[in-house]
Design a protein around this ligand. Structure first.
Ligand code: ADP
Length: 631
């Protein structure tokens, strides 16, 4: 059944929308889509939706907890048969799950795991947080968020991280639109556009301006010329990214759409990445036309955000995964396949994009991680489901739009029955995809499985060597979940496929900055910090035997001040750990210049030019080996 616009849907309780913030703005707050973007926006909204403060566990629950903590369950309750011993059920604290609670509850029921909706006095195996790592003090178990992830995937930080990689590996990282950071790079933006126009007069670009930390399409607008960027007023307070607009997206039913793909970062060290075999496609609600001055403002034509398009009279709610304004990605692939498209290639390109993006994020994520959970101190391990927003171009090349640290896991949507009266209705398409992602994430991080794994040899997840196999990582031929295999407790086979380290051989050469991040962390000196202070910098120089008669410790201090001054003049917030990458570049430069080139230090070295030097003369492999030797 399909309902158009705000038509009534299958039964759900009516509720009247609260006034104030919730009714204001562009979004309904129920967004599946980019509505769950990184940064304060999503956090603030989700925090407002918190199901109240956790109540204290009842006495009965406490007794049960104690009994369970005392040893493995027996008999009927444990389901272990006559006297049979079963390991205790996995315990999950869902008190901070917020808007992902419904999908989490269904997943836990399917797994027969034990939920603690109000928290637990004793430690749980898993803590499921709706927003960020820092939702409470946890000293053991696993948390479904990494420290620093929200900061790392903000529009500006993500652009910076990808650009560092684009400097080193321009061809490999051409899946991210050319971007400039505003206001600081506005003059560069103007100059570069001018130069490109001069070298190719037929180039008629469009640009998209996106406020940093924004979500649900909030504050986004298109311009044809740099002079149309609104640099006055709020921009000074609200930095943004300006990006080349992808003018020729792939259309289905004449509509632009994007893909929300769920990716599990299971572990940072060693790097383990899984990709969901299916995602969601969110559709625009006005037929697409290439941007012209006349149609630039038509959001229903250019922006695929669910939270915007839900307000269009053309929005189609559908129970069918193949129709409507929100569909499964596999239904799109089926359609492309029937048109003769090479969907295996599309899928393998998407997987490459995901792996390369995560490789760009890992160096600083490691800096954050060691700062929050220093080695040797008790703390939880982390995993995280990320939402990748991807646009397919007309030629089927996938382009990364953004990464969401808190992708919406809502499995219902709001419908307006009459002005101001809303109802929540289940969304089968969301439920199909999201419950599977949460359930299978839990299966992958299952602490019991880990214990079992230690006693069994794993044969299924070996590192593959051949390039061809990357093509098989996706929904493969059937474009559907493979339910033929029987797995634990009669559950379907995993919807999450391992892509790293499975395909590590093809991507390890890109992990150069990662190696240097390890050096950076080693010389931080103080535990629990993200900044390399003057002492750490001296230690680094000493340990690497970089100081000599040409380069005294006084020069080291001067250089440190120089680097810091340069960084500060870039106007970057000091609380961010973003300086890690700059330092890393400097450290790389030292390695190249002092150890490999054996040249005296030029006190005013420009780090980026050293990076370029490395790339031009192909020294990066040597630097990598050098970094490895020093570790
Ligand atoms: P938000 O977090 O506010 O949703 P996004 O970066 O996801 O911001 O952008 C919102 C929408 O704008 C995307 O879903 C996509 O439809 C469109 N969009 C964003 N960047 C581009 C681009 N470079 N080219 C074409 N369309 C884009």
């Amino acid at each position: 059944m399909a309902t158009r616009g705000g038509g009534p849907g299958p039964g759900a309780g009516l509720r009247r929308r609260r006034g104030g913030m919730e009714a204001a703005g562009t979004g309904t707050g129920t967004g599946t889509g980019t509505g769950t973007a990184p940064g304060g926006c999503a956090s603030a909204r989700e925090a407002a939706e918190a199901p109240g403060s956790p109540a204290l566990p009842s006495r009965r629950a406490e007794v049960e907890e104690e009994r369970e903590a005392a040893g493995p369950c027996r008999g009927a309750e444990a389901g272990g048969g006559r006297g049979g011993r079963r390991p205790p059920r996995v315990t999950v604290d869902s008190s901070k799950a917020k808007t992902s609670l419904e999908a989490l509850k269904i997943s836990l029921r399917q797994l027969r795991w034990r939920e603690f909706p109000f928290g637990r006095r004793l430690p749980c195996d898993i803590y499921w947080h709706g927003v960020s790592f820092h939702d409470n003090d946890i000293f053991s178990g696993q948390v479904n968020k990494f420290p620093g992830m929200t900061e790392m995937v903000r529009k500006i930080t993500l652009s910076r991280a990808v650009r560092t990689m684009q400097d080193l590996f321009p061809v490999e990282y051409n899946f991210y639109p050319r971007s400039w950071i505003l206001p600081e790079e506005f003059p560069l933006f103007v100059d570069e556009v001018q130069m490109m126009k001069e070298s190719d007069p037929s180039w008629k670009p469009t640009f998209i301006v996106k406020p940093d930390g924004g979500c649900q399409g909030d504050g986004i607008y298109l311009v044809k010329d740099p002079s149309d960027v609104r640099l006055t007023g709020s921009l000074q307070n609200r930095p943004a990214v300006v990006q080349e607009y992808i003018c020729k997206p792939l259309l289905v039913d004449k509509l632009k759409f994007d893909i929300r793909l769920y990716v599990l970062l299971k572990s940072l060290e060693p790097l383990e990445i899984y990709v969901a075999k299916d995602g969601l496609s969110r559709f625009c609600t006005e037929p697409y036309q290439e941007p012209t001055v006349k149609n630039l403002h038509q959001v229903f034509m250019h922006l695929t955000n669910y939270s915007l398009n839900i307000h269009s009279g053309n929005f189609i709610h559908s129970d069918n995964a193949n129709t409507g304004s929100k569909r499964t990605f596999s239904s799109i692939l089926c359609r492309l396949s029937s048109r003769g498209a090479d969907v295996k290639k599309v899928w393998s390109d998407i997987i490459s994009l995901v792996i390369k993006t995560i490789i760009a994020l890992t160096p600083e994520l490691k800096v954050y991680y060691q700062s929050d959970i220093p080695a040797g101190k008790p703390g939880p391990t982390c995993f995280q489901i990320l939402g990748f927003d991807i646009l397919l171009m007309k030629n089927l090349k996938p382009m990364l739009l953004e990464v969401n640290a808190n992708p919406s896991m809502r499995i219902e949507h709001e419908q307006e029955l009459s002005p101001g009266v809303f109802e929540n209705v289940p969304s089968p398409v969301d439920e199909e995809v999201k419950v599977a992602v949460i359930r299978d994430t839990l299966r992958l991080v299952d602490p019991q499985k880990k214990k079992r794994k230690n006693t069994q040899s794993q044969t299924s997840e070996q590192v593959s060597e051949t390039k061809d196999e990357l093509l098989d990582a996706g929904p493969a031929d059937g474009l559907e979940y493979d339910t033929s295999k029987t797995t634990e407790a009669g559950l379907p086979s995993l919807c999450l496929k391992q892509v790293f380290p499975k395909y590590a051989k093809q991507f390890n050469y890109l992990r150069l900055v990662d190696k240097v991040a390890a050096l950076f962390i080693r010389f931080l000196g103080v535990k629990g910090t993200t900044k390399l202070g003057p002492t750490g910098f001296r230690t680094f120089i000493r340990n690497c035997k970089l100081s000599n008669s040409n380069f005294s410790m006084a020069s080291v201090d001067i250089l440190y001040i120089d680097i810091t001054r340069r960084w500060n003049s870039m106007g970057i917030d000091h609380r961010e750990s973003g300086n890690a990458i700059l330092y890393l570049k400097i450290l790389e430069a030292f390695l190249v210049q002092h150890i490999l080139l054996q040249a005296p230090l030029v006190a005013n070295c420009a780090p980026v030019s050293f990076l370029h030097l490395m790339w031009v003369v192909g020294l990066n492999v040597n630097v990598l080996r050098m970094a490895e030797r020093l570790l």
